[in-house]
Every structure is written in structure tokens, then in C-alpha cells.
Design a protein around this ligand. Sequence first.
Ligand SMILES: CC(C)(COP(=O)(O)OP(=O)(O)OC[C@H]1O[C@@H](n2cnc3c(N)ncnc32)[C@H](O)[C@@H]1OP(=O)(O)O)[C@@H](O)C(=O)NCCC(=O)NCCS
Length: 195
Amino acid sequence: MSEKKPPAVTDGASTVDSLSIETARLRLRMFRPEDLDDLAGLFADPDVVRYVGDGKPVDREETDRALTSIIQHWHRHGFGRWAVEDKRTHEFVGFGGLRSLFGLPEVVYHFATAHWGKGFATELGRASLRYGFEAHRFARIVAIAKPENAASIHVMEKLGLRYEMLANYYGMDVVQYAITREDFRPDDSVYVLRS
Ligand SMILES: CC(C)(COP(=O)(O)OP(=O)(O)OC[C@H]1O[C@@H](n2cnc3c(N)ncnc32)[C@H](O)[C@@H]1OP(=O)(O)O)[C@@H](O)C(=O)NCCC(=O)NCCS
């Protein structure tokens, strides 16, 4: 998946735990156990999970396992999903970034309904693609969504991903979109990577 070794994840100063990205309006930062309340609030909202997994709200216990898995993913792969804060208010507004989809880097995004329609998913997605292509030199990044998830598919298209195929992951029928490193053009929007 990666053409280059990811940044060291165990050597003190360059550990992924301190990695963050600032965009025009958002701060993408590492998750910590104290984020459980915010993440549980997000996963408990039927509108947020409608097209995710089995489409049912997730309880606190399961969210706790998901949070542990998000943090472990960073240490296993050297990339992952960030907690997303509004830079101005420091409010938790959602989460997303990159995860390994059976070895393929996948861009993902989930936001609290109060923050839909502000362009946050597009802003997070653009920064995630840039991080994946620049810091990890991935050759290709994919995104998947249930075909009914029109907003998510629209975000993929705004990010420059192109339809690839119908696929099935975890027993779910999805559309798969993708973008290659050659096709990705970083724009001049704010992107400050701190490690
Ligand atoms: C999908 C999601 C992340 C989009 O977040 P967002 O911050 O509102 O996205 P953006 O504002 O960057 O862009 C959304 C775009 O979709 C459009 N859109 C919204 N609802 C739509 C719909 N039902 N059909 C088509 N387009 C739609 C918006 O108009 C906007 O496009 P525009 O900028 O051209 O006007 C958000 O709805 C969400 O968190 N959903 C629940 C979790 C989820 O399903 N995640 C994706 C899993 S695959």
C-alpha cells in the first residue's frame, strides 16, 4: 500500500501521538480516551450512523472499543483517523482521516449533524488526502459509501475521487471511488502539519 516506510511511530519525538493538522477552520488531532463522551454522542445519533455499518446507533461500550481501535490503528499503521475540532471554539465537531481498508488507505469522515453543510467533510478530506499522498506517499486512496449516501458520495466527487466499482466490504454493498497520487492536486488552502 505504501511505497515508503511510514514515519516512525515508536521513537519518542516523532511518535504519532503529537501529530496534528491545522486547516482553515479545523484542527485535526489525535484521539485520547477523554474523547469518549463526544464520540459516543456522535455514534448515538441515528442520523449520523444511518449509512454506517448496520445503520444502528452504537452504545457507549461499543464506542469505547471503537475509540481504542482508532488509537491502536495509528500505532499499527502510522496513519489513522483524527478527532476534529473547530479551531475557533475547540468544540469537537466530528472525526475522520485515513484508515486501512484491507490494506488500502481509505478516506473517511463523520460529523455531528449541527455541523453538516459547512464544508467540513470536504476540508477534512482534502487535508487527509494531502497527508496520505505527501507524508506516506500512498499511490492511491479510496473511499466507499452505501449507494444511498448521496452527501458522502458528493464529498468524494468534490475531493476529486472518481467512481471505480461496486464492491462489498463487511457484507455491505458499496460504491468505491479512488484517486491516485498523480491525479491529486493540493490547493492553496491552509494545511499545517505538526509532529
Ligand atoms: C457525509 C458527511 C460527512 C458530509 O459532511 P459535510 O461536512 O456536511 O460535507 P460538506 O459540507 O463538505 O459537503 C457536503 C456536500 O454534499 C451535498 N449534500 C448534502 N446532502 C446531500 C444529499 N442528500 N444529496 C446530494 N448531495 C448532498 C451538500 O450540498 C454539499 O455539497 P456542495 O458543497 O456542493 O453544496 C455528513 O453528512 C456526515 O457526517 N454523515 C454521517 C456519517 C457518514 O455517513 N459518513 C460517511 C460514511 S461513508
